[in-house]
Design a protein around this ligand. Structure first.
Ligand SMILES: [Zn+2]
Length: 242
């Protein structure tokens, strides 16, 4: 089916796994944690048309990758898909907050300068500030908020701003995630796993398991699981056509 946010390069034996993912998924977005990883991962998965690799710099590892900032910005115009980028407001990353913000600002600015990009955006414990950046800097770009966990007010603000959302089984396990889902417009939701970081018990979610959210989404939207699958496919083609 679709996995709009996974770290396929970080699974064991990723090269072999990619062939299975390509045969089972219509579309897989591999987000990367740094521009050098983007370059290498793009080469590794180049033979699979349904696997697209997004250019990113993960906010959680800003400290290790800050030297790749210029490379990141210089690559933005070469790709349509950006991710994982964003802010992480958790205590353990507070010391890199200034750098995180500088990188996000630069990526969003460059994305607009290059005509607008689709961005998979991380906003854990920083939903409000991420939305402030999006509001100020995104005109033609389309932010897809991955595993959004803001307040209901922030959720409604993100919806009103035109953001998209990628939603996974781990997010919908909690009551808060399901409550957020109720607020989202059906036309701007896509499935994701965030694997291998998101775990299904003791093993990571596999990219073809993103669609396991269909029954929960169907119950929320009051439609059938098949209608949810069709909606996701329609959403994906709208997003990639914009
Ligand atoms: Zn991720």
């Amino acid at each position: 089916m679709i996995d709009f946010h996974c770290h396929l390069d970080l699974y064991p034996d990723a090269r072999r796994l990619a062939a299975r993912v390509a045969s089972r998924n219509r579309f897989t977005l591999v987000v990367t944690t740094g521009p050098r990883a983007w370059q290498a991962t793009s080469r590794v998965f180049a033979g699979h048309e349904s696997i697209r690799v997004a250019l990113g710099l993960h906010p959680e590892i800003t400290e290790q990758k800050v030297s790749e900032r210029e490379l990141l910005i210089s690559c933005v115009c070469q790709t349509e898909l950006i991710g994982e980028v964003g802010l992480d407001g958790s205590v353990q990353y507070r010391h890199t907050r200034e750098q995180q913000e500088a990188i996000l600002e630069a990526v969003l600015t460059e994305s607009e300068r290059c005509g607008g990009k689709i961005l998979s955006v991380h906003s854990r414990n920083a939903a409000g500030p991420v939305l402030d950046y999006v509001e100020r800097l995104c005109r033609n770009s389309v932010p897809v908020l991955h595993w959004f966990s803001g307040t209901m007010e922030e959720t409604r603000r993100a919806v009103a701003m035109g953001c998209w959302f990628s939603v996974g089984p781990a997010m919908l396990r909690g009551a808060k995630g399901r409550r957020i889902l109720e607020e989202l417009p059906t036309a701007r939701v896509l499935p994701e796993t965030d694997g291998p970081f998101a775990m299904n018990g003791s093993s990571p979610y596999m990219p073809w398991e993103a669609i396991s959210i269909a029954p929960t989404v169907a119950a929320t939207w009051n439609v059938t699981a098949e209608e949810v699958r069709q909606q996701f496919l329609n959403n994906l083609s709208h997003l990639l056509d914009t």
